[in-house]
Each structure stands twice: as structure tokens, then as C-alpha cells.
Design a protein. Structure first.
Lengths: 145, 113
């Protein structure tokens, strides 16, 4: 069926979705935008409720992100309820912008599932320890400028 | 419906993001196989692989989990398979299609009660 016969040319935005590359970009853009906003407002709300003596906001964002990426991964990989662009929107875009920690847990969990104990420990150790180290390097560089 | 004992196995290797007129290509192929009266068709989702572009796809790493492999298998007589192939030539823009001889051991369903 042609695009004209579907009436798609009447709506230029819908026509864009028929270009696979554009559909990917749009899915990523919407997911990332929504994830960024969700992170900002959820963390803010948590700090207003629980106070600022502990990074509760970031913790809440990280835990929510892990829950969501776990849910979306099963819906995509096992239940086939989320298609490739939906996965891009929800898992890569939304969860990725919401918190990269969700991607870290998702991939670490996959390594654990496959029995790759060394890789699992390496991923956790490198992310945390090397994260601190390069953070300090950034701080030092900032102080030198 | 019957399949001769010496049938053919058609395998179509595509990606889950491949489309035909905005519909997932694997769905279109399965529906077309049904419409064309093929004996059966099965779509299988792979969790890791690479194709002619040598680009790795794996469900294990989120960034590389786009466009996971899909294999569609159709077993039928040589005549039916040959009649189906021209459709694929038009629809499969990227992928791999293989054909091999198979010995059909069993093809049956429970009688409708």
C-alpha cells in the first residue's frame, strides 16, 4: 500500500515515521526528553519529602530506573509487547536519560544470568572505582584551569 | 494439508527492525505464507548475531540490542517454496535466504473436536 493511499502525506510528521532512521531518532529524542524531565522532577519531589541529609532523590531515581528497565526488558524480550522502536524509546532513551545506573544494572544482571562471574565483578568494580578515579581527575583538571 | 516426505526448508535471516510498508517484515512474511497456503511458518528471535555489515547485535548490551536477528523457517514442497521465493526477492532488502532439502518425519495436528 502506498504512502499516498494511506493518507500519510496529509500529515508530514507521520510521514517522517515511515523513514526508519527518522523513527529511531524521534523515539530516542522523545524518550530522552521524557527521561530527563522525569529524573529532574522525581528527584526534586523526593528531596522535598525526605529532606536533603542523604541523596534520596538520586537513590529514588536509580531504583525506579532499575525497576522500569527490568519491566521493559521482559515486556520486550519475552512478552514481545514492545517493538524495536518502543525499546529504543523506553529503554535506551527514557531509562538511559532517567538514569544510566539502570543500564549498568541491566547489563550487569545479564552478565550474572550468563554465569560470567568475573565479568560481573569487573563491571561493578571498574564502574565504581574507576568512576571515582576519573571524577577526581576531572576535579583536578578543573582546579588547574 | 500434506508435505511430501522430501520437502524443503526455507530460512530467512532478517532483523527485527526490517519493515515492509511500515509493518515488521517478519510479520508480513508469516502472514503472506499463511495467505499463500504454505504448510507452516515459524519466526524465531535470536539474542545475538551479526549480518552482512558485520555489525554485532546482542540482547546483553543495551546499546547493541537494536535490530536483533529474526529467522523465519518455512517447510513445504519444492513447488510451493519456489512459488514463494519471488515475494521474498521483492520484500527482503537486506538479509540472507537459504534453502535446503529436509526429510519430513511428521506433520500433523490433533483433529478438531
Amino acid at each position: 500500500m502506498s504512502m499516498v493511499s494511506r493518507g500519510i502525506l496529509l500529515n508530514p510528521f507521520m510521514a517522517l515515521l515511515y523513514i526508519p532512521f527518522m523513527a529511531k531518532i524521534i523515539a530516542l529524542a522523545i524518550g530522552s526528553l521524557a527521561g530527563g524531565f522525569a529524573r529532574y522532577y522525581l528527584a526534586g519531589a523526593v528531596y522535598r519529602i525526605l529532606g536533603t541529609t542523604f541523596p534520596y532523590g538520586t537513590l529514588a531515581v536509580n531504583l525506579t530506573g532499575c525497576f522500569l528497565i527490568g519491566l521493559f526488558s521482559v515486556l520486550a524480550e519475552e512478552k514481545f509487547l514492545i517493538g524495536p522502536n518502543g525499546r529504543l524509546l523506553l529503554m535506551v532513551g527514557f531509562c538511559g536519560a532517567f538514569t544510566t545506573f539502570s543500564t549498568f544494572i541491566f547489563e550487569t544482571s545479564n552478565l550474572m544470568r550468563d554465569g560470567e562471574t568475573l565479568q560481573t565483578l569487573l563491571n561493578i568494580t571498574l564502574s565504581v572505582i574507576a568512576g571515582f578515579l576519573v571524577f577526581r581527575m576531572g576535579v583536578l583538571l578543573g582546579e588547574l584551569i | 494439508m500434506k508435505i511430501p516426505a522430501e520437502g524443503q526448508l526455507l530460512r530467512i535471516f532478517i532483523g527485527e527492525q526490517d519493515k515492509w510498508h511500515s509493518q515488521p517484515l517478519y510479520e508480513v512474511i508469516i502472514h503472506l505464507a499463511k495467505k499463500e497456503g504454505m504448510a507452516g511458518a515459524t519466526a524465531i528471535k535470536g539474542f545475538m548475531g551479526f549480518g552482512c555489515k558485520s555489525r554485532m547485535h546482542t540482547a546483553k548490551l543495551l546499546r547493541l540490542s537494536e535490530d536483533l536477528p529474526i529467522i523465519i523457517e518455512i517447510v513445504d514442497s519444492e513447488e510451493k517454496i519456489n512459488g514463494f521465493l519471488p515475494h521474498l526477492d521483492e520484500m527482503v532488502k537486506e538479509g540472507l535466504i537459504t534453502l535446503e532439502k529436509v526429510h519430513v518425519i511428521m506433520y500433523r495436528a490433533n483433529p478438531v473436536t
